[in-house]
Design a protein around this ligand. Structure first.
Ligand SMILES: [Zn+2]
Length: 577
């Protein structure tokens, strides 16, 4: 080992560094040589090196050895990610690989106070598993520690403990890197925003089932399918509409329903009629039916995120793929009606359209609530329905540079469920829950246009892959999910929690609480994991939702939850929704 002293340090500090070098020389079996930084021209490549001091001549070599990490060595400050450690009164340690021999280490130890160095010499052997350290004062007291993240590997994973919590080792961040390949921008933000604005406008009055406004939306979508060059695939020759009648509303009445269907025919459509379905529901809650919070009754529910955003991405995909894609399987674009009223459109499609039978449907991609990605990861719900989904989306994430997180746990959610019930592997792209969900405040100005682009580019990769693939996906749907779930019981109460959909452990983790809600007054907060309500165990989000469905406004409940692995209890009185 070679230790290089900072020749330009003040004498007291240089002296203390020499003493530290001696104690390091005696602490291990390695032969240690100590030199001044002026005595050496180049760093060696045959042994490990320790640089001492803020004024070491070789500091720039260290900085370049760490260039892939989010680290900056400033004159009087060290930056590791968002964390800043002052030079004054602090000591720091950084490790890197020796530039000319990556099997050997290059370590930097620098202190402000000579008094801190003896203590540092004693403590360092206990911190050998860390990549960086920060200490304060002459003691010195550890204030920062962590490891560099692994570079160039998708193999890092954090394994959940038995209780479901994942123990993460704190890691520094990588510098932002460009995706492996940058794709030409083929999608138009402007077009997608125009679609969202139109569908969520006052004019369309919330796109309620059985209204002229919803029919207008359907005609608009059919017009865009035609413009994009999709072939009509409705009930009758030349029509994009699949039309039927049903009972709906409160009180019930007869309503006309229609899905809008267009296709890009597959090369193999002569022989095996294999298909891939891309869908988005275009209906919403109108003036507040079937789901409304008491204070919002009669107000226009705009449904910009839910789900004008999904339709906008669907139309954009049609526009871009319609004239260029030459798929093996037929790609079926469907705008579903009646999702909010119990997935009426997707259920009808699966049961009644004849051209693309379930057994020949390779997979289904549902776009529902994809308008608010911002800095979050794009969630893929239902990824447990086929073995390949995690790999397909990981690949799409790499190619597009978009952060994607697959969620395999079963959640009762949107139209993909109707396909899963028919035995078809199906997933939903989702940009996460928010306070405006099913409220009049879900408006177009809150949509993230950059996010729409990212969702579209991930969806495009996945569709192109599925459309080319010959063999079916490895279906992992459990037989019981083929059975149609019991008719939806509606929820009458509100607790005001925002679940974390990406949480994979036992219980239901909160990503937040609604301000002014019973959950907030009860003291619940972000990160809490609800495990029990009253006497009922909450294993997952669905359990929680079932408990809430069994309550009436004014009911008092006791909530058992975990906070930092400690079990705690809270009381809340649920209110009318
Ligand atoms: Zn909805």
């Amino acid at each position: 080992m070679l230790i290089l002293l900072p020749s330009s340090s003040v004498r007291s500090l240089l002296h203390a560094y020499r003493e530290l070098s001696q104690s390091l020389a005696h602490s291990g079996p390695d032969e240690v040589e100590v030199k001044l930084d002026t005595e050496v021209k180049l760093l060696p490549s045959d042994r490990a090196v320790i640089l001492l001091g803020w004024q070491n001549n070789f500091l720039s070599e260290l900085a370049s050895a760490l260039s892939e990490y989010d680290v900056a060595i400033k004159q009087n400050e060290l930056h590791i990610g968002p964390r800043k450690i002052q030079r004054q009164n602090h000591s720091v340690v950084l490790t890197a690989r020796l530039p000319k021999n990556k099997d050997l280490s290059l370590t930097w130890v620098a202190a402000d106070l000579p008094d801190a160095l003896p203590g540092l010499g004693r403590k360092l052997p206990h911190y050998h598993k860390y990549s960086y350290l920060g200490f304060q004062g002459p003691e010195p007291t550890n204030i920062a520690k962590g490891r560099w993240p692994a570079l160039d590997t998708p193999m890092t994973t954090f394994v959940a403990r038995e209780d479901g919590a994942t123990q993460r080792v704190e890691r520094a961040k990588l510098t932002r890197r460009e995706p492996l390949a940058s794709l030409p921008v083929v999608f138009s933000k402007k077009r997608m925003l125009e679609t969202v604005r139109f569908l969520s406008s006052e004019e369309l009055r919330g796109r309620s089932l059985g209204t002229e406004e919803l029919d207008r939306a359907a005609r608009f979508i059919a017009g865009k399918f035609q413009e994009a060059g999709l072939e009509p695939a409705g009930d009758s020759e030349g029509s994009y509409f699949q039309t039927w009648e049903d009972q709906s509303g409160t009180p019930e009445r007869r309503v006309n329903l229609r899905n809008v269907v267009g296709i890009i025919p597959g090369r193999n459509s002569e022989g095996r009629a294999q298909s891939v379905v891309v869908g988005a529901h275009y209906d919403h809650l109108g003036l507040g039916w079937p789901d409304v919070r008491e204070e919002n009754r009669g107000k226009i529910h705009h449904g910009a995120d839910d789900n004008a955003s999904g339709v906008a991405v669907l139309l954009e995909l049609a526009q871009v793929l319609g004239k260029s894609l030459k798929p093996n399987s037929t790609v079926v674009f469907v705008a579903f009606t009646g999702e909010e009223a119990g997935r009426k459109g997707s259920k009808y499609f699966v049961a009644n359209q004849k051209r693309f039978p379930s057994e020949q449907t390779l997979g289904m991609l549902n776009l529902d609530t994809v308008g608010r990605l911002e800095e979050k990861k794009l969630l893929v719900l239902g990824a447990g329905s086929a073995r390949e989904w995690v790999h397909i989306f990981r690949g799409a994430g790499y190619v597009t540079g978009v952060g994607v997180e697959t969620v395999s746990k079963e959640l009762d959610s949107s139209d993909q469920k109707s396909f899963q019930e028919a035995g078809i592997p199906a997933v939903q792209l989702f940009t996460g829950p928010h306070l405006d969900y099913h409220r009049p405040t879900d408006t177009a100005d809150k949509i993230d246009p950059e996010g729409l682009l990212k969702v579209a580019s991930v969806a495009k990769e996945v569709i192109e892959y599925l459309a080319k693939r010959e063999e079916p996906l490895t279906n992992t749907l459990k037989p019981d999910s083929h059975v149609e779930s019991a008719p939806k019981k509606t929820r009458k109460v509100s607790l005001g929690i925002i679940p974390d959909f990406a949480y994979g452990g036992e219980g239901c983790r909160l990503s937040g609480v609604v301000p002014g809600s019973p959950a907030e007054s009860s003291g619940l907060r972000e990160g809490d994991v609800v495990v029990r309500i009253g006497s009922k165990a909450v294993h997952n989000l669905r359990d929680l939702s079932n408990v809430l469905k069994s309550l009436k406004p004014g009911d008092r409940i006791s909530i058992t939850f975990l906070r930092a692995d400690k079990e705690m209890k809270a009381e809340a009185e649920v209110v009318v929704r």
